[in-house]
Every structure is written in C-alpha cells, then in structure tokens.
Design a protein around this ligand. Structure first.
Ligand code: 13P
Length: 230
C-alpha cells in the first residue's frame, strides 16, 4: 500500500520540526510519502518516509519568478510530486494542459507524478463523473510513453469528499477505480476524508492501492492507527 501525506498549506517551521519528529514514530512497512509545504523540504531529515512535493513548475529553469522547477526538487531529494490537485485546479485555475506539461517536466527529472483527478458534486449528480475523470487523465497523460505512464500514481479524489467528512460508497469508489484501471495500468489511490475511523470500510475495496491523506496527515497519532489497520 502507498500512503501519501498531503500537508497542504500548513505548519510553521517549529511546528514542522515537531511534526517530523512525531511522524518518525509511525512504524509501517507500507510506502509512505510526505508532501510538506515547499519551504519545509530542506528541513526534512527522515529517511524512512519518502519525500514528495505538492507542486512543480511547468517551465524549465530560467526567468520564471517564484516558480520551482523539477530538477530543484530532485536536488532536495524529492522523488514524488502531487499534480492536478483540485485545490490548484480551482484556486490557481490550473488547466489540464498545464498539468500535462507538469507531467512531462516531472518525467524529464525522474520524479514520479501523483496525478489527481475527481468530480464535483454537481458533475456526479449529472452522472458525468467518468467523462470528467477520463478527460483529466487523458489530457494529462497524452503523448506520455507507455513506460512512463505505467509509473504514474493516480489519485482519485472526489472534490465533494475533500475535507467534508463525506465518503463515496465502496461501490462508487470501485466503479471509478475500475474505470481508471481499464484505461491506465497504474496504481490508484483514494483521497477524500479518509481517516482512522472509516479505513475499516474503505479497505474492503481491493482495487485501492493506497491513500492520499490531507487532514489526517497532520495528526501523527491518528495516522499511526490508520496505517496499523491497513
Ligand atoms: P482530506 O483527507 O483532508 O479530505 O484531503 C484529501 C486531499 O485533498 C488530499 O490531497
């Protein structure tokens, strides 16, 4: 199983140092990936947990003020990078085409993309979830070699489930993950309000290869319970 931790925009420097210490006490044989705020990446000293980023520039090095390019991430030990998160699609108006460029930059640098996809509440109510997810993935992975495509980790995150405590039924999750796996031979994570209380139910879905955790990533004690139940 893969357990990817998306800290989002949280933790000051001192908070991160304490958090990192606590995280180091989460014992597991599962592949854990920590995606902290970009400013904390140079502070990261643990080796049990792999390092990921929450974003990358779609441009290469050069005159792009404020951007962080993929080789910079590599030089700090980053092996994974979340892209296409719904919060960036909404807040930063990131397009499918930009996300595709980010996939290319990551593979050029040797970083594994954790590519997010998922539908809004309205899109699900209209029965358009597969159309939306199919489009997000097809554009992001257009022209990527078969070898690289197989290395992508896809994260299915229904937008209406992120941070809301609402979880799709297992049948709904299985339906979407089967759909994704029918198109792409990739590992697929589930993300959206997953926690130590609902993991017993979620883990009945054999198709889930791991989890992308937001809120729970910030609670090492609960995270310990969660990974022990996997
Ligand atoms: P929550 O686990 O807080 O719902 O967030 C999920 C998420 O967005 C992870 O990327």
């Amino acid at each position: 199983m893969i357990v990817a931790l998306n800290n989002k925009s949280n933790l000051t420097k001192d908070e991160f140092l304490k958090y990192q210490f606590e995280l180091n006490h989460v014992e597991t044989n599962h592949l854990m990936i920590l995606c902290p705020s970009i400013v904390h990446i140079p502070l990261y000293t643990e080796s049990k947990i792999k390092l990921g980023a929450q974003n990358v520039s779609c441009t290469a090095k050069g005159a792009h003020t404020g951007e962080i390019y993929a080789d910079q991430l590599v030089s700090y030990g980053v092996e994974y990078c979340i892209i296409g998160h719904s919060e960036r699609r909404q807040d930063q108006k990131e397009s499918d085409e930009e996300i595709h460029e980010k996939v290319e930059r990551l593979f050029e640098a040797g970083i594994t993309p954790i590519l997010c996809c998922g539908e809004t509440k309205e899109e699900r109510e209209e029965g358009r979830e597969k159309e939306v997810i199919g489009r997000e993935l097809d554009i992001a992975l257009n022209g990527i070699s078969e070898e690289d495509k197989a290395r992508v980790i896809i994260a299915y995150e229904p937008i209406w489930s992120i941070g809301t405590g609402l979880i799709p039924t297992n049948d709904q999750i299985i339906d979407i993950i089967d759909f994704i796996k029918s198109k792409y031979n990739c590992k697929v994570l589930y993300g959206g309000s997953a926690n130590d209380n609902n993991i017993d139910e979620l883990k009945q879905c054999a198709c889930i290869d791991g989890y992308l955790l937001g809120g729970l990533s910030l609670k090492p004690d609960n995270l310990k319970v969660f990974v022990n139940k996997l």
